[in-house]
Design a protein around this ligand. Structure first.
Ligand SMILES: NC(=O)c1ccc[n+]([C@@H]2O[C@H](COP(=O)([O-])OP(=O)(O)OC[C@H]3O[C@@H](n4cnc5c(N)ncnc54)[C@H](OP(=O)(O)O)[C@@H]3O)[C@@H](O)[C@H]2O)c1
Length: 316
């Protein structure tokens, strides 16, 4: 029988994939989620779920009372430091023997990007803890429930132009969510991974402009691209956040969750490349990684009704 693993943020984009991978590998899974609706779905999948907030209340007390042997901490977009501090405190006081932490590629003390500085601070808590830890730093992650690709599809499909903040030349190394989940779950078994920080990137590096090109080709649209300065982007975001003026802009986003819509953090991220310093990390050696273009080409397309005037017939 494998060890019980607690996943915080288990209903999120990466969380779902990690839970599926853990189950497929035979781990009994404990999950902490915020929404009752997510709890029902996971419980239906044989997961023992605790509903609550990592920052307050007694959800963590309940989750840790179920005696996990390992913890995978995935909560952390805007609250990485606070969530990590609290989860670590519980883990250190219990019988947890392994702690796996999801950071982000680019995490650095002196990053220009607030998000990456916060990710570094959370990592520091982990490094200074008494746990046997492994830290993962993924580049942008793609997959079926991913708002990154959904946002690009929305840009490509909606309106007569594609507005792009900045020159769009920043490099990304997109990695498929199941590859991330595979690396995370594998690390639980390998004592040699304790005390290591792994960068997670896909098999190819793309500039943002090139990724938009891939999405355009897949959807069969081609639009004029209009690059605008990041400063103007900040102004657009301020309008978008205005209760009245921003309504039409917000409606364009469809079902994309509010914290994934174009925000100041995205603009900051677009100022830096996001690629792995080392392409031959241990975790990737025995894995066949998914190519972004292949995945886009096998993915079901959403219906294209009402967009006919923008559909491309010919080649680029
Ligand atoms: N996705 C990427 O491209 C990417 C790239 C690099 C690093 N990462 C890192 O990977 C981690 C997971 O990312 P993700 O894309 O899976 O994010 P996500 O889809 O937003 O999932 C995060 C989950 O955490 C839950 N959560 C947030 N605050 C919580 C709280 N106070 N208490 C309990 N649960 C809480 C959310 O619950 P609700 O559903 O209720 O909001 C959500 O289900 C994050 O640390 C992120 O920074 C992601």
């Amino acid at each position: 029988m494998k060890d019980r693993v607690l996943v915080t943020g288990a209903a999120g984009f990466i969380g779902r994939a990690v839970v599926d991978r853990l189950k497929a590998t035979g781990y009994p899974v404990l999950a902490l989620v915020r929404q009752e609706s997510d709890a029902k779905v996971l419980a239906g999948n044989g997961v023992t779920v605790t509903v609550g907030d990592v920052l307050c209340g007694d959800a963590l007390t309940t989750a840790f009372s179920r005696k996990p042997a390992a913890v995978i901490q995935l909560v952390g977009r805007h609250i990485s430091v606070e969530a990590t501090a609290r989860v670590l405190a519980f883990a250190e006081q219990s019988e947890v023997r392994r702690y796996v932490h999801m950071s982000a590629l680019g995490a650095a003390q002196d990053s220009r990007c607030h998000y990456h500085r916060r990710k570094w601070m959370a990592e520091e808590l982990v490094r200074n803890s008494a746990m046997a830890w492994t830290i993962f730093r993924p580049s942008v992650v793609f997959g079926e429930r991913c708002d990154f690709v959904k946002s690009l599809e929305l840009l490509v499909r909606t309106g007569p132009i594609i507005p792009i903040p900045g020159p769009g030349r920043c490099l990304l190394q997109p990695i498929h969510v199941e590859d991330v989940a595979m690396a995370v779950v594998k690390s639980l078994d390998l004592d040699r991974d304790a005390g290591k920080t792994y960068h997670l990137g896909g098999p190819e590096t793309w500039a943002l402009n090139e990724i938009i090109g891939l999405v355009e080709r897949r959807l069969g649209f081609r639009k004029r691209r209009v690059h605008f300065p990041l400063g103007l982007g900040r102004m657009l975001i301020a309008i978008q956040e205005h209760p009245l003026l921003g309504k039409p802009l917000r409606q364009l986003y469809g079902d994309i969750t509010p914290d994934r819509r174009l925000n100041r953090e995205h603009l900051e991220l677009l100022r830096e490349d996001n690629v792995c310093p080392n392409q031959t990390e241990d975790w990737a050696r025995a894995m066949t990684l998914t190519f972004l273009e292949d995945w886009l080409n096998t993915r079901n397309l959403p219906p294209r009704s009402g967009q006919s005037e923008f559909i491309l017939g010919g080649s680029r």
